[in-house]
Design a protein around this ligand. Structure first.
Ligand code: 7TS
Length: 418
């Protein structure tokens, strides 16, 4: 994989921050976009824009065809049986909310249990808490061990309470932990639970094959996998999607509406109320093309080269001042590294790195229950992707060295805590 060639495809990487070249290490928050994705959206708006599934005129038919072709492309990417299993929504958050709301309309009842985990992003906690508060659903959390893996004993203990839904993240956005989806799904199915998978952090980095993964429903966001913001996917087993009531009501999702009754469109339209993000879907299809043209083997090897470099160079250069969270072995994790520098608030780390043009994220990463479990208020996180270089990882490590020196050498630097 020729990273310098790949970088040429991402126009934003040519810019600088102040007088420093941009070092973008926040791809777990959102990835940068290649020209092909930017152009695909532009092409749609410049030459095909019309609302879909409504017009009888040629332009609207073209727009509808572009939208449905994007759906078919994403279905192929996921190895889904049928494009109708791909529901376009705004992203992972909306998809999980749609699932929770839909299930609460008849498929889950008061006292039913949902099992999630302490390592979830808020988007896989709060929708279920809303159900707990509104519909009397009981919510359990699987704990993690000291290496940031889900505890099998705790999972078993909580599966024994016979949850109706088991929902978890494929890859943690904080720890990088890769959860064994197939094994967990098998155990969940043994107790009769539905498996809902948050694939926001896995789909950008590894082939996700829904035909063998074991999930019944799966959600991800386009913007973390080189695609546009505001487009994402809910994939589901056909029989399940057909059984699930709609979550959002409005145009596009109905068959007939009368004053006294309504009937709904078939899947996937049943879940896509309102005008969809057609340009976003077209852009997402272009992102899928881009990822597949790079190839998963090369991409994953590159991810791990960068990860290994940080896990090796970081401790060498920074010594015990650096604490890395998550699985110690890079083979057990994906491209996310969260860490603390002793005596420096994560926000100060991120601010000082920003002064060098390096973008990392600091805070609770929308995973406050996980922060509480880890006993930390916040962490700094670097999340590289296919356009980052080993040189950029070295720059990060060197800059972290300067952060430590700054804080050891001077107390005049304001801290986030002060
Ligand atoms: N699930 C996981 C595992 C995530 O990492 C994120 C976003 C979401 C769900 C929500 O995705 P959205 O596209 O609907 O917002 N994670 C992050 C992050 O780690 N930093 O910024 C966003």
């Amino acid at each position: 994989m020729d990273v310098s060639k790949i970088r040429e495809d991402f126009p934003i990487l040519a810019r600088s921050i102040g007088d420093r070249p941009l070092v973008y290490l926040d791809s777990a928050a959102t990835s940068q976009k290649p020209t092909s994705v930017i152009r695909a959206e532009e092409r749609f708006y410049a030459s095909q824009n019309a609302n879909v599934h409504r017009g009888v005129y040629a332009l609207s038919v073209e727009a509808t065809d572009a939208y449905e072709a994007a759906r078919a492309r994403v279905a192929r990417f996921l190895k889904a049986k049928d494009p109708s299993q791909v529901v376009f929504l705004r992203g992972t958050t909306e998809a999980i909310n749609v699932v929770a709301t839909s299930l609460s309309r008849g498929l889950l009842k008061k006292g039913d249990r949902v099992l999630t985990t302490v390592m979830e992003h808020h988007s896989n906690i709060v929708p279920w808490q809303l159900l707990r508060d509104a519909a009397g659903i009981e919510l359990d959390f699987v704990d993690i061990d000291e290496h940031g893996a889900l505890r099998a004993d705790d999972l078993e203990r909580k599966l024994a309470r016979r949850p109706k839904v088991v929902t978890f993240t494929h890859v943690s956005n904080v720890l990088g932990t890769v959860n064994p989806v197939r094994e967990i799904a098998e155990r969940a199915h043994d107790v009769g639970a539905l498996v809902v998978l948050d694939a926001a952090q896995s789909v950008p980095h590894r082939p996700v094959d829904v035909s063998t993964l074991g999930a019944d429903l799966l959600a991800f966001s386009g913007h973390k996998m080189l695609g546009p913001m505001g487009i994402g996917v809910l994939w589901g087993r056909s029989d399940l999607l057909e059984k699930m009531p709609p979550a959002l009501g409005g145009g596009e999702m109905i068959r007939e509406v009368h004053q006294d009754r309504v009937s709904f469109a078939d899947v996937p339209a049943k879940f896509e109320a309102g005008t969809p993000n057609v340009a976003g879907a077209v852009g997402l299809a272009a992102a899928v093309d881009y990822l597949e043209s790079v190839g998963w083997d090369d991409l994953r090897a590159h991810d791990h080269r960068l990860l290994d470099r940080f896990l090796q160079r970081g401790p060498e250069r920074l010594g015990p001042a650096l604490t890395v969270f998550g699985p110690p072995e890079s083979k057990d994790r994906d491209s996310v590294v969260s860490f603390r520098l002793e005596g420096v608030h994560p926000h100060d780390v991120a601010s000082l790195l920003d002064a060098e043009g390096i973008c990392v994220r600091a805070g609770h990463h929308c995973a406050q229950p996980l922060m509480e479990r880890l006993g930390v208020p916040a962490l700094t996180r670097a999340s590289p992707y296919l356009y980052n270089t080993e040189d950029e990882v070295d720059r990060l490590v060197a800059a972290l060295g300067r952060v430590i020196e700054t804080f050891r050498g001077s107390r005049t630097v304001p801290t986030a805590a002060s």
